[in-house]
Write a protein that binds this ligand. Structure first.
Ligand code: FES
Ligand code: MG
Length: 588
């Protein structure tokens, strides 16, 4: 089908006002074997934003899936142009993959804006690849559809499900307690990753792909399909077909990424037990499309929602069971039955989320539960504030019974605890001193880590879930309360208070805290305060030296530090925000 509207790619390939440049564009793109007639016939030109590579193993199978995307594009009369996206691999990139989310975003914006593309298929998977791609599509606002790569198959060892990412935290504890040796440690971790795909737990990858689907940016039911499953190829083909139709319909991210869609994402994040990185990435997408979304709304909208999906790290199962039970549509269906979803929000298939999910009941009520049988009630984030920071989040669905008994069950003050602060300046300081006996760390201590926010540790480090000293683990204390201005892995089951904003490196309250200060955390009031008199804090602020932070190692670290915002605001490049929706729709 040839488009009735003039497409933006025709400014390159069919521009009577500039025949010389048109000829130049055509001769060079023809050398790939495309004919002049194809380029000038008004067929939509569809980018395939390729995030897979040998450096990005979680997304590598997109290199093969792209062929099925091409098949779909071609069949609907489009022309596919595949191009690489800056690689982001969560476990391979130093100092942290989060540093590159905004770099991949910037690069993709330039490609989408500067080349003859009418629409784009965004191949997503590993944690930051999904937000980077959707953020760029939000800024440029050409028709865009997400194709996730899907999770790995379940990991198994000795009859037990081993979740990628999540097993690392458990294995480290076992190693520290002397229960396993180094060889068993490696075997345990390797057993969690048995196939292509992204992490099979409800870590940041599954969370962000589930939320991209909830936002309406991918075909319904597609996020949960395991990477090696035949339905992955089928959905790749259907995604290719659909993007061509979206170009004809001029269905853009701004039609889909509405305030209602973001509220749906917050609700679904609670119900799936989503990652603590979700607010950072979802708020970033909101900023780039121009929807107001405050960090506090993750609590006001999301806290009362029950945990319905029994998946690690909050629960037991992994990606295969989530898919078999119905994936995102089955979760949305259950939330819809209780009036918690804006059903009119539009999705990439041209239908509303309500229409997409009305008939998709859970196929396995043990994995995707009903409201009458939730895993945890009121399972969303709590957003705390106080003299330590303006905001920080706590994932309530991972508070264990052991933790609740020890810290939150004082009969006179339930959900309140007061502890002695142990303060570390960055992960190196933590590793050097955590077992230092002179700190006298015991059950009543709260571990703090600072200098690890977006500016302090460029990109913000995933280090807040700190392990207690080995001596405490041996005594059976598996977690202490942890607080910090960095992040933690979405695969961690630690109930840390994290993403504290503003960070210590820009003068947030954490910078004034000292080891042995008393700190009071009150989950009822949503407060976190150092019990230090105001005049003493004023003194400390006067004499405060800078929180020690590492030097920038690369030009990008330096550049990002000079213009990045705080975690609560999505950690976006602030100057980028004014360029929302840079591509306007071309006239007919
Ligand atoms: Fe890539 Fe977990 S490391 S998805
Ligand atoms: Mg991570």
């Amino acid at each position: 089908m040839v488009n009735a509207r003039r497409l933006r790619s025709q400014d390159w390939f069919d521009n009577p006002d500039n025949p010389a440049m048109t000829a130049l564009y055509i001769e060079r793109y023809m050398n790939g074997g495309v004919t002049r007639e194809e380029l000038q016939s008004g067929k939509p030109i569809i980018g395939i934003a390729q995030t897979g590579s040998d450096l990005s193993p979680c997304n590598r199978h997109h290199l093969g899936l792209a062929q099925r995307v091409r098949d779909g594009i071609r069949e609907m009369g489009g022309i596919a142009f595949e191009f690489p996206v800056h690689p982001i691999h969560e476990m391979g990139k130093r100092p942290t993959a989060a540093l590159d989310r905004n770099l991949a975003y910037l690069g993709l914006v330039e490609v989408l804006y500067g080349y003859p593309l009418d629409g784009v298929v965004l191949t997503t998977g590993c944690d930051k690849t999904t937000p980077a791609c959707v953020m760029a599509a939000a800024t440029v606002n050409i028709p865009a559809i997400v194709l996730s790569g899907g999770p790995m198959l379940n990991g198994w060892l000795k009859g037990e499900r081993i979740g990628s990412g999540t097993i690392i935290w458990k294995a480290r504890e076992m190693l520290a307690a002397g229960e396993i040796d180094e060889a068993e440690f490696t075997e345990l971790i390797a057993s969690s990753a048995p196939s292509p795909g992204h992490c099979n737990t409800m870590g940041t990858a599954t969370t962000m792909n589930s939320l991209a689907e909830t936002l309406g940016m991918s075909l319904p039911g597609s996020a949960a399909i395991p990477a090696p499953h035949r339905d992955r190829g089928r959905v790749a083909y259907l995604t290719g077909r659909r993007i061509v139709e979206m170009v004809h319909d001029d269905l853009k991210p701004s039609d889909i990424l509405t305030r209602d869609a973001f509220e749906n994402a917050i609700v679904v994040n609670s119900a799936i037990g989503g990652s603590t990185n979700a607010p950072v990435h979802v708020n970033a997408i909101a900023r780039h499309i121009g929807v107001d979304l405050a960090i506090e709304e993750w609590e006001t909208i999301g806290h009362r929602i029950p945990l319905l999906v029994d998946m690690q790290p909050a629960g037991r199962f992994l990606g295969e069971e989530f898919h078999r039970a119905g994936g995102v549509p089955a979760v949305v269906h259950e939330l819809m039955r209780h009036g918690l979803i804006h059903e009119d929000a539009l999705t990439v298939n041209g239908r509303t989320i309500g229409d997409n999910c009305r008939d998709t009941v859970s196929e396995d009520p043990e994995v995707i539960r009903g409201f009458d049988d939730p895993i945890v009630e009121s399972a969303g984030f709590i957003v705390l504030s106080g003299n330590l920071f303006d905001s920080a989040i706590l994932k309530t669905s991972v508070i264990s019974a052991e933790f609740r008994d020890r810290y939150l069950s004082d009969p006179e003050h339930p959900n309140v605890f007061v502890g002695r602060a142990i303060v570390f300046d960055g992960p190196e300081d933590y590793h050097a001193r955590i077992d230092d006996p002179s700190l006298e760390i015991d059950e009543r201590c709260i571990l703090f880590i600072r200098g690890v926010g977006p500016i302090g540790y460029p990109g913000s480090a995933e280090v807040v879930n700190m392990q207690p000293p080995a001596a405490l683990i041996e005594r059976g204390v598996h977690s202490l309360p942890c607080v910090g201005d960095g992040r933690q892995s979405g695969t961690s089951g630690s109930p840390s208070i994290l993403n504290a904003s503003p960070e210590a490196a820009v003068g947030g309250g954490l910078a004034l805290l000292r080891t042995n200060d008393a700190v009071r955390i009150d989950l009822n009031q949503g407060r976190a305060d150092m019990l230090v008199p105001d005049d003493e804090l004023a003194e400390r602020r006067k004499e405060r030296g800078d929180v020690p932070v590492p030097e920038s190692q690369t030009p990008w670290q330096e550049i990002q530090r000079s213009m990045v915002g705080q975690l609560a605001d999505g950690m976006v490049l602030e100057p980028a925000v004014k360029h929302q929706r840079v591509v306007q729709t071309h006239g007919t």
